[in-house]
Design a protein around this ligand. Structure first.
Ligand code: FAD
Length: 395
């Protein structure tokens, strides 16, 4: 039997190996039994169900031991792992990709071989939990030029130390992380460098961002760095300018395109289930032509998105990584996601704005995914730059 049924209309899961399908099946069972019953309450309260974190980590999804000898469809497996999480809940997917995508990519791209040997095993088994701290209160889209957090190098008898000052905004998962990967501008050469800062280090203050109307379960932090001291050994030695940060973003945007696709699958499934049950005028609302047209559009959006991310991932598995490719995927899947969740919410009628039907959660959460990891406009401008050779968004 197929894992994704109608949500995977053209059978992309046939690209997975039997072992990969087995791991994803385990994830599905966990999400259905343990996670789904909690989602509406925790979303409403604006809290993350912490009891899910440890069992989710113990599912060993990042580098499952049983897949280490058989990896032909590695990227596709990772993509479907995100798809499965997002199809259940966007905060769960974001929680997982904060470590398995953002933080892991920061270490993979930014750390020296020696640092990777020390840290990567701990990143993979979650014994070193980290977050990606790039965005600032005054700089989001314009972070390359606007990054204002500073790093000043001090030479002392016990080796070099860096002193960090500034603020970071929107950082997902910071409250439960061990370390924060912080990007700061070297006061000597003006280039962006990266540091692993202990969450509890002197001078670090974390404040939860309250009153969110999207991704309410996922906790985001406002971080203040006041003369925070970091040893040179905790600097990511391969990050020497914003170009190295851009290489991280290029890899991470594909993950978000998979999230935007998974959200569509969750919303579509919930809507389809609802319209086959709900009766009006003596028949299921799914029997009306105008409703069926919306179902077909949702499925069209979802299938377009899934085909796009699968093809992108196949290219990346061949080693082809270009800024414009993942930017196009993030832009397009997010655009289609916005329409899909709106249509799902529409066919569920009034019940579509209560958390009881699932579509309300997907509908609200989609707005955060639409904006993070590069807004629609910024990703479009990355594509535009590649098409014309002209950057429309540099200072
Ligand atoms: P702004 O940059 O202020 O943009 C506002 C509007 O102006 C947007 O519509 C934008 O597209 C438009 N705009 C800006 N410049 C241009 C231009 N040149 N041309 C056309 N339009 C333009 N960051 C992290 O570092 N780590 C995280 O873990 C993280 N998690 C996040 C989680 C959530 C839920 C959210 C909402 C954000 C997260 N972010 C994180 C930050 C995220 O990456 C930024 O929100 C995003 O880059 C947009 O920046 P901004 O919100 O400051 O919007």
């Amino acid at each position: 039997t197929r894992l994704y049924g109608v949500c995977d209309y053209y059978d992309a899961e046939s690209l997975l190996t039997a072992d990969e399908r087995r791991v994803l099946g385990r994830l599905r069972a966990f999400l259905d039994e343990k996670a789904k019953p909690l989602l509406a309450d925790y979303w409403e309260r604006g809290e993350f169900p912490d009891q899910l974190a440890r069992p989710l980590i113990e599912l060993d999804l990042m580098e499952p031991a049983e897949l280490t000898t058989d990896r032909p469809a590695r990227g596709i497996y990772q993509g479907f792992r995100i798809f499965e999480l997002a199809r259940t809940d966007a905060s769960l997917a974001t929680f997982y990709t904060a470590q398995a995508g953002l933080f892991r990519t920061a270490i993979r791209v930014g750390a020296s071989a020696e640092q990777q040997a020390e840290w990567m095993p701990k990143v993979i088994d979650f014994s070193l939990k980290g977050v990606f701290s790039l965005t600032e209160p005054e700089s989001g889209s314009d972070i390359a030029g606007g990054l204002a957090t500073t790093a000043r190098r001090e030479t002392g008898p016990d080796g070099d130390t860096w002193v960090l000052d500034g603020a970071k905004r929107w950082i997902g998962g910071a409250a439960t992380a061990d370390v924060l990967a912080v990007f700061a501008r070297d006061t000597a050469d003006g280039q962006v460098k990266a540091f692993l800062v202990d969450r509890d280090a002197a001078g670090v203050t974390l404040e939860k961002i309250h009153r969110k109307t999207a991704l309410r379960m996922m906790q985001n932090a406002h971080i203040t760095l006041d003369a925070v001291r970091v040893p040179e050994a905790r600097r990511l030695h391969n990050v020497n300018s914003f170009k190295d940060v851009a290489a991280m973003l290029r890899a991470m945007r594909s993950d978000v395109a998979w999230i935007a696709t998974g959200i569509q699958a969750g919303a579509f499934e919930a809507a389809l289930g609802y319209v086959t049950q709900r009766q009006q005028f003596g028949r299921p609302v799914g029997s009306f032509q105008l409703v069926q047209e919306k179902l077909a559009r949702m499925l069209g959006n979802l299938t377009s998105s899934l085909s796009l991310v699968v093809r992108l991932t196949e290219q990346q598995d061949k080693g082809i990584y270009r800024d414009q490719d993942s930017a196009l995927a993030k832009m397009q899947t997010s655009l289609l996601m916005r329409e899909t969740v709106a249509l799902a919410r529409e066919v569920v009628g009034g019940n579509g704005i209560t958390l009881d039907t699932d579509v309300a959660r997907f509908h609200a959460d989609a707005e955060a995914v639409y904006s993070y990891e590069g807004t629609h406009e910024i990703n479009a401008l990355i594509v535009g730059r590649a098409l014309t050779g002209e950057s429309a968004f540099t200072r």
